[in-house]
Design a protein. Structure first.
Length: 211
């Protein structure tokens, strides 16, 4: 059985948790939400949620930024360290991209306009870099995504490569070359697994099967 850690904040609504569970199970992956470490896990999914604590990247909290969930930040930091040290696959989604970036020394823009459209299935296109993991998975250079975030990656963390951007320059995907599978996207593929976004979870599953 392919089991992956899927940590959430205490306040994450059940309907949002259910979308991630469904997307993973559709791909043949069993999520484990209570994992304190990655023993017995094949990978790690860093899901969406409340904003990353700005203190982690040396910034003061701005008015639009959520109150920090330090328990979640601490747990995800430990799990991400373990995953990277063991070269286990990591898939980041929305906050997951932001947390990966911050954990590797990057920073965030705490508020950006025009990207929080929670009711829309398609919001804007992204341009995907050639020779990237994301390009290989989605098999296209231009891709239209949904968008539910008000923060984004600013300074890019150590070793990370930007592999997709929105027309306004907002970073939409990050990868960590040299690792088996470390891919993070700013949109929410778990909400659109009836289309090509399902390929992200299938690719995650295949990476989890290796080793």
């Amino acid at each position: 059985m392919i089991r992956v850690a899927l940590p959430f904040g205490i306040g994450t609504p059940e309907e949002k948790r259910a979308n991630y569970r469904s997307a993973l199970r559709q791909a043949g992956i069993e999520p484990v939400e209570s994992a304190a470490n990655l023993a017995g896990m094949c990978g790690l999914l860093l899901a969406g949620g409340t904003d990353v604590d700005p203190a982690l990247y040396g910034a003061a909290r701005e008015a639009q930024t959520d109150q920090p969930d330090r328990l979640r930040d601490s747990l995800e930091a430990a799990l991400l360290d373990e995953a990277l040290n063991r070269d286990l696959p990591v898939l980041g989604i929305c906050r997951g991209l932001q947390f990966l970036n911050v954990h590797l020394g990057g920073t965030l823009s705490q508020h950006i306009g025009g990207h929080k459209c929670p009711k829309q299935r398609e919001v804007h296109p992204v341009t995907i870099a050639p020779a990237s993991l994301l390009r290989a998975i989605l098999e296209t250079q231009e891709y239209v995504v949904n968008s539910r975030h008000h923060q984004g990656a600013d300074r890019v963390g150590k070793g990370l490569m930007v592999t997709a951007t929105a027309p306004d320059g907002v970073i939409e995907a990050l990868e960590l070359p040299g690792k088996r599978f470390v891919l993070a996207v700013q949109w929410h593929p778990e909400a659109r697994t009836d289309g090509p976004d399902a390929r992200l979870f299938d690719a995650f599953r295949e990476a989890c099967r290796v080793g």
